[in-house]
Design a protein around this ligand. Structure first.
Ligand SMILES: [Zn+2]
Length: 355
């Protein structure tokens, strides 16, 4: 039995119907074609400050990892705006959180990379990583919030800071010279980290600068970026995204998704459940999760209910018991769609083959 997690990489969803049509083989069943409204992209201009940076993480954004939270561009206490004036941030956040899908990815190892040439300063590698379900911010003093971390000094007052790295994974020492793209260590979950990720803060003369938009004000239309041209496409703005999706043989929990490796159902499973965890959903968004039988008919669809408030992450699952004792052989497909008003703003498909 194989579990194809997706037939449409989430990073490509925003490209819309043309891409969907090009990527999907002709089908005889009844799943609808979906026109996805792309996330609004501000026009990006390269900064002229004489400093540019590469990606801090060795994964493909939108596919193997994603951005959970950008820096807050709203100086007021309480409200928060990411650099496009969107919701993918929280009050006072001074950097960017690059998130990996689950603890399996953390254990396998996803490298944290120097964003520019520089010299290492301020290495810490002794803090434990949180286990799933154990996170307790109040147990960590604020001076240790960054957990295991590295500072890189780039000259002319520029520095970069990488937080929450995996204990024992640091690959550099104080005073060592590094080049852009050199491995500093691995993504972890140490310090104030509710999930495995690397937090990147870039500073000029000790003042945080958001590499996505060097202006302190947010803008949905035009921004000035520190990203090198080669990183620009990967760093395109994404708000709502699917972090994980799959099938299970019963109800799932957020902790089980976070651990990773949820076993797929078999023909003998007592239930067939499709599940999704999405991030940065907005109040009023309506999610639908639908499972299709091998003959293309709907097996089960979740009731569409609007979200009462913004959700940094949200888990949804739906499922059914077999009509007879076992499941019919064939390919079961699931579709997950998020609509805002009349527009579909996120769409994801995945399939399960029961041989
Ligand atoms: Zn952060």
């Amino acid at each position: 039995m194989t579990l194809r997690t997706t037939s449409l990489p989430s990073g490509l969803i925003a490209a819309g119907l043309a891409l969907l049509a090009a990527c999907s083989p002709p089908r005889a069943d009844t799943a609808p074609a979906v026109l996805v409204e792309p996330a609004a992209q501000p026009a990006v201009t390269a900064s002229d400050v004489g400093f540019s940076i590469a990606s801090p993480i060795a994964c493909e954004l939108g596919k193997d990892c994603l951005i959970q939270q950008y820096a807050d561009h709203d100086p007021a206490k309480g409200p928060a705006s990411d650099y496009t004036c969107g919701i993918a941030t929280y009050d006072g956040h001074d950097g960017t959180d690059f998130r990996i899908p689950d603890k399996i990815a953390q254990a396998r190892g996803v490298a944290v990379l120097a964003v520019a040439d520089g010299v290492i300063a301020g290495v810490r590698d002794s803090e434990a990583d949180w286990e799933v379900g154990a996170y307790n911010q109040s147990a960590i003093p604020s001076n240790m919030a960054c957990g295991n971390r590295v500072f890189v000094l780039h000259g002319n007052g520029w520095e970069s800071q990488y937080c929450h790295m995996r204990r024992g994974s640091l690959a550099v020492k104080d005073g060592q010279k590094v080049k852009a793209g050199d491995v500093l260590g691995m993504v972890g979950q140490s310090g104030w980290a509710a999930f495995p990720h690397v937090h990147l803060t870039v500073r000029k003369n000790k003042v945080p600068v958001d590499p996505f938009n060097t202006s302190s004000a947010c803008s949905p239309t035009a921004v000035t970026s520190l990203w090198q041209a080669s990183a620009r496409q990967q760093m395109a703005y994404r708000g709502r995204q699917v972090l994980n999706a799959g099938f299970a043989s019963g109800p799932v929990t957020m902790d089980a998704i976070e651990r990773g490796g949820i076993p797929a159902p078999t023909a003998a499973s007592p239930a067939l459940v499709a599940w999704v965890r999405a991030i940065n959903l907005k109040a009023g968004d309506i999610q639908t999760l639908t499972i299709y039988r091998p003959d293309g008919k709907v097996l089960k669809a979740s009731p569409p209910t609007p979200l009462d408030r913004n959700k940094a992450q949200y888990m949804l699952f739906t499922g059914e018991r077999p009509a007879s004792g076992t499941w019919r052989k064939g390919t079961y497909r699931a579709t997950y769609a998020v609509t805002a008003g009349t527009k579909t703003v996120l769409y994801h498909e995945f399939a399960l083959n029961l041989p």
